[in-house]
Every structure is written in C-alpha cells, then in structure tokens.
Design a protein around this ligand. Structure first.
Ligand code: TXA
Ligand code: MG
Length: 584
C-alpha cells in the first residue's frame, strides 16, 4: 500500500482521508497527546486492520475518539454521575473516560470487555478530521506495538509507511504522553493510566480521592494495555533522578550566553553552581563508571540543557566522543521532558547506544505520568525504583573555571555529505590540536567545536553512505552517527562563524538573514578573504570549488573527502583566530 502523507491544513486531502475511514481504511491522525491510528469504530473489519498494522495483541482494547459530546449516547449504555463530571470538566482534553459500552460498539474494539474508553481530543486538527469522518473513530497510539508512541508525523511514517492508507501531519503533539485513562463505571474514579490530567485535578473536579491501579501478580489488569512492556527502545534505559530541590522555575544558568563570548557560568553564585553541579554530576559520574567497565560503550543521554553544558565543560574529549545527547530544555521542566520523551527515546535509539541515561522526576502531578512511561521504557513497572546510589564527589572546580566557548557551523544543502564531513573532520582536528585558550590570554581556556546543517536538510536524516565509507577509508573516521540538522537563523546565531560549501548557499543565507553579515562565507570566499588565492597557469584567480559528489562513484567521494580535509587544514589557523582562540 502506498501511504498518503497529508498536511493537516490541506482540506481537500483531509476529506479524502476521512472518506477512506468511512470506507473501512486506517488513517493516522494527530492529537494533543500522541498520534492515533484510526478506523471506523462501528466497522469490525476496519478495526481488525488496526491490530494488523500495529502488530498488537487482540486482547488489548482500543479507545473511541469523538468530536462532539452528542456522539456519546450512541457509544455508551450508561453514563454514571462520575463519568458526567469528568466529561464536563476535562473534555475536550487529554483524558479517556471508561464507561459501560452500548451494543453498537463491536467486541473487536473493546477486546470483549463490556466497557469502552471515550476520548474527545483537544487538538483542532484532530477534531476537524473526526468531524469529517462523521463516525466514532477507534484508535490506539500509532506506533508499532512495543516501540515508543509517536509524537510527530515523521515518527508515524517510520513505523507505518506502507501499512496504512494515510498519515495526517499536524506537527508535534503538545503534551507528548498519552491521555489519562480513568475508570468511571463506579462511584469513585480509578486512574488506570496517569497522564496530563492529574490525580489532583480529578479529585478536585469530582470531590473524591482517586485510587490508582497498580498491577499485582496474577491479577487481571483493568487497563489491559498496562501489562505489556511498552515504549521500549532497543537500548537499556537507566533512570537518574534530578535533585528534589530543582523546580520548574529554576534557571540554573543565567541567560547571558552567546553575548560576545561571555561565559554564562561566570555570573553564577556559589549556591547556583552547587545546584547545577548536583543536577549534572550524577550523569557524568555514571558515564565514567560505564566507560570504566566497558571502554567501547556508547551512551545516550536524555537530560536538560544545563547537564549538556556541564558535559561540555568537562573538556573530556574521550568521554564526549562516547555520548549522544538529547536535551529537552530547562532541567526542572517536567512538561518539556514529557513533550520530548518519546522523540528523545526514538532519536537516541537510532544512534544504537548500549544504554540511555534519562532524567527522572519525583512528584505527584505530570511527574507521575512521565515516570510511568519512563519506567516502562526502562523495563520496570510498579513502584518507583529507589534512587540510585550516587557517589558524592568534591565539586571539581575546573568545570567552573573561566572558559570561553566558540564554534563554527558548516552549511550544505542536505547535510548528509560535504557539510557533515566538514563537521567530522574539523572536530577531529580540534581534538588533536587541543587544548586552546582565548587569544592572547593563557589564563582563559577555550572550548571550540564544530557543527553542521543543511539549507534543505531533513531533521534526523542519515548521512550519505558513500561519504561514510569515504571518511572511513581515507582517514578512519566514523561518520555513521551523524544526523541531519536543518539550517535556520537560531543555528546561525549560535555559531560564531558560518562556512558554506559554495557561494550560492552563503548568498541564500545572507538574503534571508542579513543580520549574519560578516560571519557567513563560502569556503571559497573565506579563503579569498584571507588572501589564499589559487591561480591557474595563466595567472587567473580560480575559485575553490568542491562539487557535490552525490550520484558519483566512490572514487569521487574519496577525492571530495581529501579535498575537504586539505582545505580545512589550510583554513584551520585562520578559523581559530576568527573564533578568538589560539593553541595553549
Ligand atoms: O492519548 C491517547 O490516549 C492516545 C491517543 C491516540 O488518543 N491513545 C492511546 O491508545 O494511547 P492506546 O490504545 O495506545 O492506549 C489505550 C489504553 C490501553 O492501555 C488500553 O488497555 C486501555 O487504554 N483501555 C482501552 N479501553 C479500555 C477499557 N474498556 N477498559 C480498560 N482499559 C482500557
Ligand atoms: Mg499505545
């Protein structure tokens, strides 16, 4: 099957997808929680196709999605006063309310249970689609059974391409964790799966004290899905708890970053430094422990921005070369961590780490929903794991010594071949030439790094296979962990120097982002600005040109790789100087 990819604003194709649902096809659609895999809930053959596409066991019931509360009467046979209160308070929104089902809902939807979960999503695109369908839509999360739930259309495409009729792209899901599932068939609400509608919110809306289901051995689960190991990336997942005194509003690093190479950490009080250290050091220590046991380990890290910054500050290039980092934003923000969790697990997992270290949160609100998913990813369930024993070390002060950071960004078209190779080669050069200091000031260390991006890159795109082979063959460098990054103004802002592969790319950047004037060059114009001109035999100036090797043979790729390295070696001292640094 050729899966259609439809933009959520494309009204005509939305109608095509809705008509397909009425015809018994399966269509993936966005909600505010995660993407759903929908079919007409009243058509049992259509519902069976969902189970096939997902590879899901048939004893796990689906929930039914509606766009209007008037649809509830056809789905439910009884709405308890409790269910009514929950629907009034939280629909539309990230909640699923379990009620007694009506006879119109086939057993295929509810896996033979006499109850059904009803959900009215908050997302506009979603409700517009559901209203075009007209029927109630049964849908589980749109991932392959066992992999993390999808929070972007790209995630769905990765799992479902060729398996379903269409995917509707509605951008990233705001919440990022599936809805709260509440059993409302009795007098008191029972939370079967925690979500963004928290226990405290439910207790307040229903004036009760909600119970929550934790599964014991041999007991039939009330939310049958809870017994399966879910959301699991291939790598082992290990949870590292944040200190309890780090709250949502904690800004651990003052926002002076980027201003003229000023060091943000310099402005901090000792109290702040200590807090920051307590957040980041358990990750750093754990990585060192893992590498001590197995020096070949690859480690993925899902944590906050501040932790990433302190990792960079260790200046430990060996450590850094073994980790891939996914930052969800400010460390204390559980909403940001929830929004990014499934994307982070998927993103880190494709780098094939042996282990993923992920930030854990204590607390009863959204923290609970986040930890529920994270623990399932870590293969744990039930009670919170006890906090891992973290060795307390003296705060290594060199992390906070005055450091100056600067970086160069290499920009190409797709960020799969030349620009990616430049990043890799230049990073290796920095590694072998380190340490650096600020130019003319040996007392201030300098952390230098290189990045790359593409004007038309697909986020997360894999590198060009031939370029990987060429770098390996020519210099023994491994490019396979590179992933595509889309060039954008914040990337240009974040770097001190931007070097494109050819002149047109530099023009294109300056056209759309004139503020970057003065720091954007092509390789050729950069060389020329340093007086490095090559002349042909007639004495005419020739511009440096390293053509795109795409579609060419291995020979051409190797030639390209060598040419890039040769030029970067020539430009290295100039780039160093323009970044304001020198070798120590
Ligand atoms: O946010 C969400 O709820 C997403 C979006 C797409 O709406 N859907 C979702 O569906 O997460 P699914 O199938 O991945 O998870 C639904 C959970 C499962 O754990 C299932 O066992 C439970 O709800 N469930 C469904 N019907 C039930 C019922 N009648 N009684 C008890 N649990 C039920
Ligand atoms: Mg699911």
């Amino acid at each position: 099957m050729n899966t259609l990819f439809i933009n959520g604003n494309d009204e005509e194709n939305m109608k095509v997808a809705a008509a397909a649902v009425r015809d018994g096809e399966v269509v993936a659609f966005p909600t505010e929680t995660v993407y759903g895999l929908g079919a007409d809930a009243l058509n049992k053959d259509a519902v069976k196709k969902i189970f096939e596409a997902k590879g899901r066991p048939g004893d796990n019931p689906l929930i039914v999605h509606i766009y209007d509360k008037s649809q509830i009467d056809d789905i439910a046979s009884e709405i308890t006063p409790l269910a009514q209160k929950l629907m009034d308070a939280f629909m539309p929104g990230p909640i699923t309310v379990i009620v007694k089902k009506s006879s119109s809902i086939p057993d295929e939807v509810t896996a033979g249970l006499d109850t059904v979960g009803i959900r009215m999503p908050g997302s506009d695109t979603c409700r517009r689609f559901l209203s075009l369908c007209g029927c109630p839509v049964a849908a589980p999360s749109a991932n392959l059974s066992g992999s993390p739930s999808p929070t972007s259309a790209l995630h769905v495409l990765n799992d479902m391409d060729g398996r379903i009729f269409a995917i509707i792209d509605g951008g990233e899901c705001e919440v990022g964790l599936e809805s709260t599932v509440v059993d409302a068939t009795g007098k008191e609400p029972v939370i079967l799966r925690p979500g963004a509608v928290t226990k405290a919110m439910i207790d307040e809306a229903t004036s009760s004290d909600t119970g929550s289901e934790t599964l014991k051995e041999g007991q039939t689960p009330k939310a049958p899905g809870m017994k399966y190991r879910h959301y699991a990336p291939d790598a082992e997942v290990e949870i590292i708890f944040l200190p309890e005194d780090v709250g949502e509003d904690d800004i651990l690093i003052p926002e002076t970053e980027g201003e003229d190479g000023k060091d943000p950490l310099k402005e901090m009080t000792d109290e702040q430094k200590k807090k920051l250290f307590n957040v980041a050091s358990p990750f750093i220590l754990r990585c060192r422990e893992i590498l001590e046991k197995n020096p070949a380990s690859r480690i993925g890290i899902f944590a906050g921005d501040e932790t990433r910054i302190l990792f960079d500050r260790t200046g430990d290039h060996i450590l850094l070369s073994h980790i891939n980092f996914y930052s969800y934003g400010r460390s204390g923000l559980v909403s940001a961590a929830s929004h990014c969790l499934f994307d982070g697990l998927r993103h880190l997992d494709i780098q094939k780490p042996d282990v993923i270290l992920a930030a854990g949160f204590k607390g009863e609100g959204l923290q609970k929903a986040y930890m529920n998913r994270l623990e399932k990813a870590a293969g744990k369930s039930g009670d919170l794991p006890s906090r891992p024993e973290v060795k307390r070390h003296e705060m290594p002060l060199e992390m906070f010594k005055d450091v100056f950071t600067a970086s160069v960004l290499f920009v190409g078209d797709n960020n799969t071949a030349r620009s990616a190779a430049c990043e890799k080669i230049f990073t290796e050069m920095l590694r072998s030439e380190a340490p650096f200091c600020r130019e003319g000031d040996t007392s201030t260390g300098a952390e230098l790094y290189a990045g790359s991006a593409g004007l038309y890159a697909m986020e997360g795109d894999l590198p060009d296979k031939r370029m990987c082979d060429a770098l390996d063959e020519c210099f023994g460098m491994d490019l396979s962990h590179h992933r595509g990054v889309r060039a954008c103004p914040s990337e240009y802002n974040d770097h001190d120097l931007v070097i494109t592969m050819h002149d047109e790319q530099a023009f294109a950047i300056l056209n759309s982002f004139p503020e970057a004037e003065g720091k954007v060059f092509s390789i050729s114009s950069y060389a020329a600005s340093k007086g490095l001109v090559i002349k042909d035999e007639k004495g005419r100036v020739v511009s440096v040109s390293i053509p795109d090797p795409a579609g060419e043979n291995m020979e051409t790729y190797m030639h390209t790789a060598r040419a890039l390295k040769a030029w970067l070696e020539i430009l290295f001292p100039y780039i160093l100087k323009d970044l304001g640094a020198e070798r120590l």
